[in-house]
Design a protein around this ligand. Structure first.
Ligand code: ZN
Length: 392
């Protein structure tokens, strides 16, 4: 008998009482957890931390939500849009939360952008701004480069104030015939980037996605639950470029079109602020929004605070708000905005980044960055107002 076995045997011999207590404990555990353990989706631990809980029902200053989706291009007719939220309902939340203006990014093109402008920025002047989108279904047509530049002019005349480019470019848009993915820096878009630059329409571009979406959906993936719920969000394997290849292609666009102002959505790559900083330093026409990434910024609050300080003139407030209830970090409503305000305005620690029983983007919590008032004013209003040409 080795030393460890001998110790275990003598402990058991001594432990008439404790052995019975242990048996009882085992029985209790069986009552509360099914055999085989507690399923991850049922694990909802309550934090025992006695941390300050600030409630911020209204933003300290009026703001622009630079990143929202009130309309979408219709699935049946790519030249039309559908409203997923009613402007009158949006205005109620906006007034309660001190949101002066919402930028509806997905405004379509052609007839669609007219519908969006008519229902939003014309009907409620100053409260809504509409962006146009490229005509993706025409991208493999002969003469697309010119057609697209003309569509930008047309959308600008109709009242669109910027261009939204979904992650479609780089991850979904494929060449008709060959089925090859179209690159973000494909030269066919050069006339489009130049047209928006000339018209002072900023570009809001979403490129790539969280790094975990490019990794296997396995037990090491920190977004396992999110990817398990949305397996179509995974870009692992197949013919997808890497996250960094996509980011570098976007840099080529900013480099080639220096007078075009580009807002890289979702902090450009919120998990790698060193890389984003390098890009911001290299490209004076680059900006970022913080939409759907307070979960990333807030889990590195000291680095995030330094980032806000250094790039305070190039960060805009955005949320990615939509009516979709399946992504609670983005579901338009009072609760979502209150978390953004708490993150930006307080130094509260270890709180949920989304109004949901389980953190939807990964099982961690965030801390606030407590921005000083001058920085807060820039992020809430001034930077986006300058980009889209709104006066105070
Ligand atoms: Zn979005």
């Amino acid at each position: 008998m080795n030393r460890r076995r001998w110790m275990a045997a003598s402990a058991a011999a001594l432990a008439g009482g404790p052995a019975m207590a242990q048996a009882q404990r085992q029985k209790q555990q069986q009552d509360t957890a099914p055999p085989g353990g507690l399923p991850l989706e049922q694990f909802q631990p309550k934090s025992m931390l006695h941390a300050r809980e600030s409630h911020v029902p209204r933003a300290r200053f009026p703001l622009i939500d630079f990143h929202t989706h009130i309309t979408f291009v219709s699935r049946e007719d790519p030249e039309a849009v559908q409203f997923s939220m009613q402007p009158a309902e949006c205005l109620k939340v906006m007034d309660r939360k001190n949101i002066r203006t919402m930028v509806n990014l997905t405004g379509g093109y052609g007839k669609g952008v007219r519908q969006a402008v008519h229902g939003l920025s014309e009907a409620h002047a100053g409260r809504f701004v509409v962006f146009t989108e490229p005509a993706w279904t025409k991208a493999s047509d002969p003469g697309y480069a010119k057609t697209q530049a003309d569509l930008i002019e047309d959308a600008h005349k109709a009242g669109a104030r910027g261009l939204k480019v979904l992650k479609t470019l780089g991850l979904f848009l494929r060449e008709r015939g060959t089925n090859k993915l179209v690159r973000v820096d494909d030269p066919r878009f050069d006339p489009m980037w130049e047209a928006v630059g000339a018209l002072k329409m900023p570009v809001a571009i979403h490129t790539s996605d969280p790094e975990a979406f490019f990794l296997p959906i396995d037990r090491f993936n920190e977004r396992w639950e999110e990817l398990h719920a949305h397996p179509d969000w995974s870009f692992h394997g197949r013919d997808f470029p890497s996250n960094r290849e996509l980011q570098e292609a976007r840099r080529n666009v900013m480099r080639r079109h220096p007078r075009t102002q580009v807002v890289c959505l979702h902090v450009a790559d919120a998990e790698d602020l060193a890389y984003v900083s390098e890009c911001l330093d290299a490209h004076p026409n680059m900006h970022v929004d913080i939409a759907a990434r307070i979960g990333e910024l807030g889990r590195q609050p000291r680095a995030a605070r330094r980032f806000f300080d250094k790039y305070q003139d190039r960060i805009v407030f955005g949320t990615d708000a939509s009516s979709d209830p399946h992504t609670p970090q983005q579901t338009f409503g009072d609760l979502m905005y209150e978390i953004y305000y708490r993150f930006l305005e307080t130094e509260d620690e270890y709180f949920d980044y989304a109004p949901a029983p389980v953190p939807p983007q990964g099982r961690w919590r965030i801390s606030g960055v407590g921005l000083p008032e001058p920085v807060l004013r820039k992020v809430y209003w001034e930077n986006a107002a300058r980009l889209i040409g709104l006066s105070a």
